[in-house]
Design a protein around this ligand. Structure first.
Ligand SMILES: *[C@@H]1O[C@H](CO)[C@@H](O)[C@H](O)[C@H]1NC(C)=O
Ligand SMILES: *[C@@H]1O[C@H](CO)[C@@H](O)[C@H](O)[C@H]1NC(C)=O
Ligand SMILES: *[C@@H]1O[C@H](CO)[C@@H](O)[C@H](O)[C@H]1NC(C)=O
Ligand SMILES: *[C@@H]1O[C@H](CO)[C@@H](O)[C@H](O)[C@H]1NC(C)=O
Ligand SMILES: *[C@@H]1O[C@H](CO)[C@@H](O)[C@H](O)[C@H]1NC(C)=O
Ligand SMILES: *[C@@H]1O[C@H](CO)[C@@H](O)[C@H](O)[C@H]1NC(C)=O
Ligand SMILES: *[C@@H]1O[C@H](CO)[C@@H](O)[C@H](O)[C@H]1NC(C)=O
Ligand SMILES: *[C@@H]1O[C@H](CO)[C@@H](O)[C@H](O)[C@H]1NC(C)=O
Ligand SMILES: *[C@@H]1O[C@H](CO)[C@@H](O)[C@H](O)[C@H]1NC(C)=O
Length: 594
């Protein structure tokens, strides 16, 4: 180890002296294990393109990857490297975000438009390269530019590191289950129309399971997704909420769900009949096919918390179908199109909680636990203590325009009263790396600029946030505690807050205003869940801790795309640490230009 340190240092000295290439090519010094890609490298090409897609009886042109909707599932092992060349043949700017991937030292591959890169413009391409380090379970990828992610998304399945296995019996079958949200209109038109009108965007026309609405919707019966199983198996379902603006309950008729992982971290096993996922979250569950052979619906439906705000109240379904199902006497006459042997038998329908069943959600989220071996990793000392409010707001309408928000206002959203504005000339990361002034400030407030009764009757004088591209800078390795406090401004709501580039521990959550004197007593330092997206309870708070051990510019935002568009976001800048392993890699040569 000593010898190696020396070698790295001398290598850097040579670089400084300008002999870098010469020396590096002749060098044969030992390389630390963590720098060697011990896994496999997977190469993919994603062509972003307009594709006709028919749903709910109507064919429309949607933006897809490789003509597939949902896009391709990527399957790797922990320790593998992905090299994905994204070619933009669509008429929109696009970027791809690898949701939940730590991107250690590779922030350039994270993807949010104008945060870590300029968008890939029509006709352009960019190759994302990154290694999966220490993550196992289910993540996903999606567009991170305007509302393209409505149709540009897919699963990222991370199997155990080569030579290792799951911390549970190897499942017989595995199914990625992507919950999506479908608009008959072009989703880009939906958000642009809302912004022009200052209104809330139109709610979706359907939810989908692996791209299909399911047979409770018109014209969808023959396309309903069927998951074939046999009796007596234990199967792994990798459930991903890829919806745009809606938290969702998910359940399967008559089958117990055993949670074994969330956001690509294993959990203690948790048995339940229903789960809830916010957009961005994933949940791995085992199900044992111990029911009478038959057909059982799996269903997803809204968990909606904002009072008097319209939402898509439809239900998407797919069918868990036992292959050994005895067919009824009136067997289907034609063998031709039907994918199922016994389409005539009506599947069993599950119980789904009421749209506003916060009690069920709280019981579920507060029961999630990391495995016992996590304890040593939970930070007990705090270097940086932060408190961010998260919520909506109302702006006056632009002069000379009429707005369709409440009483003629224009919807907005903010953290600590700052509504985030994306830069347009350079990404935050490029400006940070090169020291370019004028793209962002480092003034993001660590505490709300005004303290008020966040979950009470908030005075109208406080409803209008400021605007800015404000970041908060962190030293490498600092331990951050962050209280996320929901506000009642306009409407209290459960907000799914996602942090890029880091996983965080959720130490506690609760309702009302966070109390710094009494609530720390509730912190779980033993086995708190580790996630990249936390649902901040409606009219309540959540406390998270993470170590800023990844240099770069990391967006933190509400994963409802309507709220992100309105500015419910901020950026953490994490400095380099010491040495190569704590330093952001140089930008790739093909990084798109603005
Ligand atoms: C949004 O909904 C309104 C009212 O139903 C409709 O007139 C409008 O065309 C919709 N906008 C888009 C982009 O679909
Ligand atoms: C479904 O189709 C029926 C019959 O064509 C129609 O009356 C109904 O309005 C449709 N429902 C929706 C939600 O489109
Ligand atoms: C869904 O919302 C529509 C429109 O607000 C309403 O008419 C309908 O009754 C609702 N359906 C359910 C199942 O709540
Ligand atoms: C949930 O909605 C039902 C009716 O839709 C209402 O009666 C009930 O009070 C609501 N519960 C909560 C906790 O808001
Ligand atoms: C509403 O606010 C957004 C910024 O969040 C702005 O782009 C848009 O122009 C505003 N619309 C109107 C009509 O004021
Ligand atoms: C709109 O104005 C009415 C009448 O002044 C008021 O009662 C209501 O609270 C306002 N709503 C919002 C959301 O501002
Ligand atoms: C909230 O406060 C305003 C005055 O700031 C008052 O007019 C209104 O009645 C209050 N609303 C409730 C529900 O207490
Ligand atoms: C946010 O800032 C604006 C502008 O300074 C101010 O009017 C408003 O009261 C502030 N609101 C909060 C919640 O701090
Ligand atoms: C696409 O990105 C470029 C910068 O890379 C920007 O100038 C342009 O405005 C963007 N187009 C749209 C429609 O956002």
């Amino acid at each position: 180890m000593e010898a190696f340190n020396y070698s790295v240092k001398s290598w850097w000295w040579c670089c400084l002296l300008g002999f870098c290439i010469l020396f590096a090519s002749a060098a044969s010094f030992p390389v630390p294990e963590t720098l060697v890609a011990e896994g496999e490298t997977h190469y993919h090409e994603f062509v972003v393109q307009a594709t006709p897609v028919k749903r709910l009886c109507k064919t429309h042109t949607k933006i897809t990857v490789n003509g597939q909707f949902p896009g391709p599932t990527l399957e790797v092992r922990n320790g593998d490297t992905l090299v994905v060349k994204v070619v933009n043949r669509a008429r929109y700017n696009v970027t791809i975000h690898w949701h939940g991937v730590r991107q250690l030292r590779t922030a350039w591959a994270d993807g949010p438009s104008f945060i870590t890169q300029c968008p890939i413009q029509p006709g352009g391409s960019y190759t994302y390269r990154f290694t999966i380090e220490g993550q196992e379970g289910t993540l996903w990828w999606h567009a991170h530019s305007s509302w393209l992610r409505a149709t540009v998304y897919g699963a990222l399945v991370i199997k155990p590191r080569a030579g290792t296995s799951y911390p549970f019996a190897t499942p017989k079958r595995e199914f990625p289950i992507l919950l999506g949200e479908w608009w008959t209109s072009n989703p880009i038109d939906v958000i642009n129309q809302a912004l022009r009108a200052g209104a809330a965007p139109n709610v979706s026309d359907a939810f989908t399971i692996n791209g299909q609405p399911g047979d409770l919707y018109n014209c969808s019966r023959k396309d309903t997704v069927i998951f074939p199983v046999n009796s007596g198996e234990t199967n792994l379902l990798r459930i991903i909420n890829s919806a745009m603006n809606q938290e969702l309950f998910f359940t399967i008729a008559n089958h117990r769900l055993t949670v074994v992982g969330i956001d690509a971290s294993y959990t203690k096993q948790l048995a339940t009949s229903v789960i809830m996922l916010g957009p961005g979250q994933t949940t791995d569950i085992l199900i044992t096919t111990n029911q009478p052979a038959g057909r059982y619906y799996m269903a997803a439906r809204a968990y909606a918390t904002a009072p008097n705000v319209p939402f898509d109240n439809t239900t998407t379904t797919a069918i868990l179908e036992y292959q050994s199902i005895p067919c009824p006497a009136t067997k289907s006459r034609s063998k031709s199109k039907s994918k199922s042997k016994c389409t005539s038998s009506q599947p069993v329908f599950p119980f789904i909680p009421a749209y506003n069943d916060t009690q069920t959600v709280t019981a579920f989220t507060t029961s999630l636990r990391s495995p016992a071996n996590i304890r040593a990793k939970v930070p007990t000392k705090v270097d940086v203590s932060l408190f961010f409010t998260v919520g909506l707001g109302l702006n006056p309408c632009n002069p000379g325009r009429t707005c369709q928000g409440p009483n003629g206002t224009n919807f907005t959203a903010s953290m600590n009263n700052v509504s985030f504005v994306l830069p347009s000339t350079l990404s935050v990361l490029q400006a940070f790396y090169r020291g370019v002034n004028g793209v962002f400030t480092t003034n993001f407030p660590p505490f709300p600029p005004t303290q008020f009764d966040y979950t009470g009757n908030v005075s109208r004088a406080l409803w209008t946030p400021t605007r800015g591209t404000e970041t908060y800078r962190l030293k490498f390795g600092s331990t951050v505690q962050l209280v996320l406090q929901g506000t009642n401004i306009f409407a209290a709501e459960n907000h799914p807050i996602h942090l890029h580039g880091h996983d965080f521990f959720i130490l506690a959550e609760g309702f009302g205003n966070y109390n710094p004197r009494t609530d720390p007593a509730k912190f779980n330092f033993v086995d708190p869940p580790l996630r990249n997206t936390v649902g901040v309870p409606v009219g309540g708070w959540a406390v998270i801790r993470f170590v800023a051990d990844n240099p770069g510019a990391w967006l933190m935002h509400c994963h409802f795309d309507s709220h992100l568009t309105w500015g419910l976001a901020m950026v953490f800048l994490v400095d380099n640490g010491v040495g190569e392993l704590e330093t952001l890699e140089p930008p790739p040569a093909d990084l798109p230009r603005c």
